[in-house]
Write a protein that binds this ligand. Structure first.
Ligand code: C5P
Length: 239
């Protein structure tokens, strides 16, 4: 597999073409950003930790029958993925109230949400990823009703698999964001699953072990990501 030119550089990952037309290389960088890119910092080891963590989770999801773009981990900071046509809609499931939900609706942080909620956001940094709904997605051509239904179904399947996986490490999966794309006309899971895109709390102390440590300036960000990984069986390489 030959890595060729950079196609796109996002806030924390870069995407490269390869000699295979339908495969791309994702490079996980140490860059960390929050508040729609307004706060940026490089955190040592973050690229490696998120790449190894994501590979572990994507393999668990594939094992559970959830189609993903993930092919294999290539190095400490790179993974091979299928080239998809991205759907510009973010799917968020919440099991416990936190973050944007608390801010928007004034509900108490930590309240259990029954049933778990499902929200859609438009992937648009310039507009701060506004909340949207099925009607807007259909009208503006961001996704068809059939694609949205499949995205919702897969997002809840991921919840079922990962709630159990994290519970095994005494962790609560509070909420998370997923992105999907089309490959061969089918909806498959794209992007990444790491503590950058979800909230994970210690089940007993409710200590935050995710990107909120960066957003809230709590420190120990990467140490928390590694702790979460170790608790669910991820082995990180020595660097
Ligand atoms: O900010 P909010 O509470 O809406 O985020 C819900 C979940 O989605 C959190 O786990 C957050 O880390 C994730 N998220 C994300 N990328 C975004 C927006 C939210 O990873 N652009």
């Amino acid at each position: 597999m030959e890595k060729r030119q950079e196609l796109y550089a996002g806030k924390a990952k870069s995407v490269y073409t390869t000699d295979a037309p339908d495969l791309l290389v994702l490079e996980f960088r140490d860059d960390t950003s929050a508040f729609d890119g307004k706060r940026k910092e490089a955190l040592a080891r973050k690229g490696m930790v998120n790449n190894v963590f994501n590979a572990f989770i994507m393999e668990r999801l594939e094992d559970a029958g959830i189609p993903t773009h993930f092919e294999k981990r290539l190095s400490n900071t790179e993974s091979l993925v299928k080239k998809m046509q991205m759907i510009p809609v973010e799917c968020v499931v919440r099991n416990i109230a936190a973050g944007g939900l608390v801010k928007r609706l004034g509900v108490e942080e930590g309240a259990t949400l029954t049933p778990s909620t499902f929200e859609l956001f438009l992937k648009d940094d310039d507009r701060g990823d506004p909340m949207i709904n099925e009607s807007l997605a259909e009208t503006f051509g961001w996704a068809t009703p059939e694609q949205l239904a499949r995205m919702k179904e897969l997002t809840f399947k991921v919840n079922h698999v990962l709630k159990q996986l994290f519970a095994g490490g005494d962790l609560l999966l509070v909420d998370y964001k997923l992105e999907f794309g089309l490959y061969d006309g089918k909806v498959i899971l794209g992007d990444e699953f790491s503590p950058d895109g979800c909230r994970l709390w210690d089940a007993h102390t409710r200590e935050k072990l995710d990107k909120d440590r960066f957003r809230q300036g709590l420190g120990g960000v990467i140490e928390a990501y590694e702790e979460v990984g170790r608790r669910i069986g991820v082995t990180f390489p020595e660097v």
